[in-house]
Design a protein around this ligand. Sequence first.
Ligand code: MN3
Length: 203
Amino acid sequence: MKYKLPDLTYDYGDLEPHIDKKTMKIHHLKHHAGYVEKLNAALDNSDKVKNMQIEELLVNIEKVDKEQVTAVKNNGGGHHNHSLFWKVMTPGGSEAKGSIEKMIKSTFGSFSTFKERFTNEALNRFGSGWAWLVIKNDKLTLKSTANQDSPISEECTPLLGIDVWEHAYYLKYQNKRAEYVQAWWNIVDWNQVERNFREHLNK
Ligand code: MN3
């Protein structure tokens, strides 16, 4: 089985002004496509993991040939992280409601406290990585990961994630990661976060 670059459900320019068209285009067609290509190349001779879905692959990395483990961790993580990232954004964003909103309020005290703490995760990640809202042991938790490490490999189910690699924002925001993260809240698709949550409950 070959992994494939997923299509976006919106156009590259649709997230403007928060994320610019050129960044989106390069990010999807060059960065994400590159991870998919390198992942497929790394698995060329790995029969043991051949028909695994990406989630399954990420929790079974030890089954991959030893010399390919790093490539699969980086590029498999990159593929899965970005596939989620595109889906949790939508032009204009959508409001948090339903069970996810309730859970956030009961876990973090208020929605604004949650946003503040998630933002801090994104800003305090040194170098390249991601900030996440995940479910771990049936609880909502915040975390960040380095490089393309996937929360899935750490027994977490990611519900929402932001890419804080410079390639995600440098053209428009340069070194101002805080402005990018601030703008990003305007395009979060909470309907998708809710779907991710329900999907986890149904597992
Ligand atoms: Mn990226």
